[in-house]
Design a protein around this ligand. Structure first.
Ligand SMILES: Cc1ncc(COP(=O)(O)O)c(C=O)c1O
Length: 439
């Protein structure tokens, strides 16, 4: 298998930039650029080669299905995760006593918006709450019972990189007869994924991030046993058994998961998506996972040495391919990094640093070189109610920058004992990391 160094050469951006933002958009490879060219050639040369383009739809469906360990008939090709989820939830019934959807705090907004819209169709929403940047599988277990129809679960949280124990959540949901919908967007392409072993009912994802393809292409996996009974209200001619019969007398859903498709497929994105998945298919997903975990560990170790605060858990099994470092002016830090040709993104009170197989340890060293000159910003913005585990020196700096009322009220826990300390007493004699609670 190719090394990260050799893989990286296929991504021209690395000639000019340190790209650490795959959680937002995967880098463009030569292969994907060439695939766009192939599409344009076909259009220029043949005008309207629909047979070739529909064949590309089927090839993309098949390559993705084999990537996640299911059959092509269990995959609907969509435009994005949102439309995939919209079609799916429109096919679920929220009548009767099983009317609940259990929504965790780490979901991506678009899924939540689609789920909240189901309240108009009789669904009632229960919330599964996170605590201190963690969302334990037990919190799902506490909310699940025979009234729950659907449990959506973000595998990796886009905001803080927390990796959910999806196996445990799927088990809890199964135990009460609820259906599970995994949002795998922040994970697909970074480690092995086998939907049959996972035993989830549905999964949505797309190609624009770690699958190294284009925007405008999403996938929905539907477990075979469920397909027949699901009749989406969001539909269109490509979701029909015989689209090219152009029948306007009746609608007949396709027998496979294609029934969740709607209109003309996004042809250019299929070319790009297919090329991205094929490129990843040349790698061993276990090796990819190990490489990304090593990169994340290097970032976390460096951050800890500097007293920076992570919003992402340290244990490899609870984190994904992105690590979020807290800072109180994330946009300014992102811009400072961009001036040095380092690409990351800001979300809320942190900067997101994310990895793919093309990243090297040198990328992290380059990142720290810039962050070191902004160390004073690398502390969380604490509001009343916040809890953070940070170094004493960060807490000290933080308190000095805070409003006078916050300065008076910093309450720290050292070695499990609580102290109310005025900021000026927080000195380096407390060398260890401390937990700060703001009241
Ligand atoms: C976890 C997760 N789900 C979904 C999406 C995007 O969904 P869509 O393809 O509908 O834009 C994102 C994008 O950042 C995401 O991080």
């Amino acid at each position: 298998m190719t090394t990260p160094e050799r893989f990286r050469r296929r991504f021209p951006i690395f000639e000019k930039k340190v790209f650490l933002n795959s959680c937002s958009k995967g880098a463009l490879s030569d292969d994907v650029e060439k695939a766009y060219g192939t599409y344009l050639d076909s259009w220029r040369r043949d005008g309207s080669p629909w047979e070739d383009w529909v064949e590309m739809l089927e090839r993309t469906r098949a390559v993705f299905a084999s990537f996640i360990g299911c059959s092509a008939d269990e995959i609907a090709v969509s435009y994005c995760a949102s439309t995939a989820a919209a079609g799916l939830v429109s096919a679920l019934s929220f009548e009767g006593t099983r009317d609940r959807i259990a929504i965790g705090d780490f979901e991506f907004p678009t899924l939540v918006h689609n789920l909240l819209a189901q309240e108009k169709r009789g669904a009632s929403v229960v919330r599964v709450r996170a605590e201190a940047n963690r969302l334990a599988a037990e919190s799902y277990a506490n909310e699940l019972d025979e009234r729950v129809r659907l449990v959506p679960v973000a595998h990796v949280c886009f905001r803080n990189g927390y990796r959910q124990d999806i196996e445990a959540v799927v088990r809890c949901a199964k135990a009460v007869g609820a259906l599970t919908l995994i949002d795998d967007y922040q994970s697909t392409g970074t480690r092995p994924l086998d939907v049959k072993a996972l035993q989830c009912d549905f999964l949505v994802t797309g190609t624009l991030k770690y699958l190294l393809g284009s925007s405008g292409l999403g996938f929905l996996y539907v477990r075979r046993e469920l397909i027949d009974e699901l009749e989406p209200l969001v539909t269109g001619w490509f979701g029909q058994e015989k689209p090219f019969d152009f029948d306007i007398e009746r609608a007949t859903y396709h027998a496979s998961a294609r029934r969740f498709e709607t209109g003309t497929p996004p042809v250019p994105n299929l070319y790009a998506g297919f090329a991205g998945i094929e490129l990843l298919g040349q790698l061993d997903p276990v090796t990819v996972q190990a490489h990304l975990e090593a990169l994340a560990s290097r970032l976390i170790d460096g951050a800890k040495r500097r007293g920076f605060t992570m919003l992402t858990p340290e244990e490899p099994e609870r984190r994904g391919p992105l690590v979020v470092l807290a800072c109180h002016d994330s946009q300014r830090i992102v811009e400072a990094l961009a001036r040095e040709n380092i690409v990351v993104s800001a979300r809320g009170e942190g900067i997101r640093v994310s990895f793919h197989y093309y990243n090297l340890h040198d990328d992290i060293d380059a990142l720290f070189q810039v962050l070191d000159s902004h160390a004073d910003s690398m502390a969380p913005l604490l509001r009343a109610g916040c809890v953070a585990n940070i170094s004493c020196s960060s807490a000290f700096g933080l308190a000095l920058r805070s409003t006078s009322s916050l300065r008076k009220a910093v309450f720290i826990r050292i070695n499990r004992r609580h102290h109310a300390l005025p900021a000026h007493k927080m000195t380096s004699r407390f060398a260890q990391r401390i937990t700060v609670t703001v009241h």
